[in-house]
Design a protein around this ligand. Structure first.
Ligand code: HEC
Length: 84
């Protein structure tokens, strides 16, 4: 019983996704910067391929580095729950 409660608390406190370190960094960048010119777009609105094109397009406007762009794409393509 004790263990059951601990698990429940753990699940409800944490983000339901197990983001990798890179995805967490991408999420932070996305949420901090990609709402400058428009509302944040829900990750599920675009496919992996669309995100892979959009993030470099707008990321360069934000002067993101290549690795930061890769983190954001990594996060969005994990968050959209789609592969194509
Ligand atoms: C400098 C302003 C600016 C920033 C910063 C910006 N965007 Fe945009 N974004 C736009 C404009 C303007 C449009 C709509 C016109 C167009 O397609 O260029 C747009 C459209 C989009 C679209 C396609 C339209 C849609 O509703 O799905 C996506 C996807 C997108 N942005 C993603 C991003 C992401 C990801 C970032 C962060 C890396 C970002 N944007 C940051 C200006 C910006």
């Amino acid at each position: 019983m004790g263990l059951f409660i601990v698990c429940l608390v753990f699940v409800s406190c944490g983000d339901s996704h197990n983001w990798t370190k890179n995805q967490k960094q991408g999420k932070r960048i996305y949420e901090a910067l990609c709402d400058r010119c428009h509302n944040l777009i829900d990750p599920t609105e675009h496919t992996d391929a669309e995100w892979a094109k959009a993030v470099p397009r707008y990321g360069t406007k934000l002067k993101l580095k290549n690795n930061e762009i890769a983190w954001v794409v990594d996060y969005l393509s994990a968050a959209n729950d789609k592969t194509k």
